[in-house]
Design a protein around this ligand. Sequence first.
Ligand SMILES: [Zn+2]
Length: 419
Amino acid sequence: MSSQPLVIGKFSLGMGDRFAHEAEAQLAACLAAKKLGVEIVPVWNKSNREHNIIGSEPTSTRVAADAAVKALGWTAPYFLDADHIGLKTVDRFVGVSDFFTIDVADFIAQPADPAAVKAFVDRHPELVGTITLAGIDRPFTTTRADVERTAAKFLLAVQEAGKVYRHIASVKGVGRFVPEISMDETDSPQPPPELLVILAAIADEGVPIQTIAPKFTGRFNKGVDYVGDLAQFEREFNDDLCVIAHAVKQYGLPANLKLSVHSGSDKFSIYPAIRRALAKHGAGVHVKTAGTTWLEEVIGLAEAGGAGLALAKEIYAEALAHMDELCQPYATVIDIDRSKLPAAAVVNGWTSEQFVGALRHDQKNPLYNANIRQLIHVGFKVAAKMGPRYLEQLKACRESCARNVTGNLFDRHIKPLFL
Ligand SMILES: [Zn+2]
């Protein structure tokens, strides 16, 4: 083991592989980018919730990733992300993961110790008043009361992140993993002035984060495009990059600190804004995708026809029959118009082309149905229940599944963002 601390590169792509069959097809997309001269660091992510729903263990992700890296001769860095973990769930991942998304969203707005809040604001007079940051035209204006309010809202969450970070470091060693703090799974977005306060607190807590996932403005629903004000998103994303550059210098956070965009797959309408901002500021980014790969598996099955198409139809019918149960854990990140979901009997009569057209994320195709796409997105439990029957079809339809997985990541994600 080298003594160099683990540092994640400028551009990285989080990839989910629910059934641990697509690592090679996913890595092929990064390899294609590398051949064109752009290094995208692959990060395989799977949350505790996904492992629980599927009944898998983090070691299966490690085995699949290592095998893919070996098979394709990938020599650049790659990581395994223990996605959305906390003190209660981290131990299962500590051995195999080298990237940790420390999720403290549940601690946001829980009351912090008033003395700690006061001490924080006393320690940071630079956060009060008119704050001019390079790259932002209009300075932030804050009062001591503003900073107190923000600190009161986030300090406990940051302290919790410190506990989790130190626990991981006590097992793996300092510098042996990439720490991220995520605050995305919460109700209200964190605008750039709040991000600045949060980063100051994280630096005080001594957590050397390399990526941070705030909640951005607008809706980041699972597997579908961004919904929100594009101009506002672009302004905030640019301001966030300036805040990060400032915090790195001012508070001594790691020089490679970058934004992490969760539920980042399929947000095609904001990719041009992200791309422009990265170029303008010379910044890096981590874009986390997950369920988009599972959707490509179902598309691959449907495209193969025969037994593959039949199984894809069965997945739809089952998902429709158990919609409430499947949607419940994801209620805040999906918007399904139930009146636009065709009956199972209708879908059973569909051709490969009709099924693929409905599911594939091509907004120009009149067959595309975002409601079906979101339902299948949250419906992976149906395939988990099918067990070997599902996995056998994945193998039987390997060519079409792999082609769709690679093509989706490369053509619809890597190309518009990075190439
Ligand atoms: Zn997330």
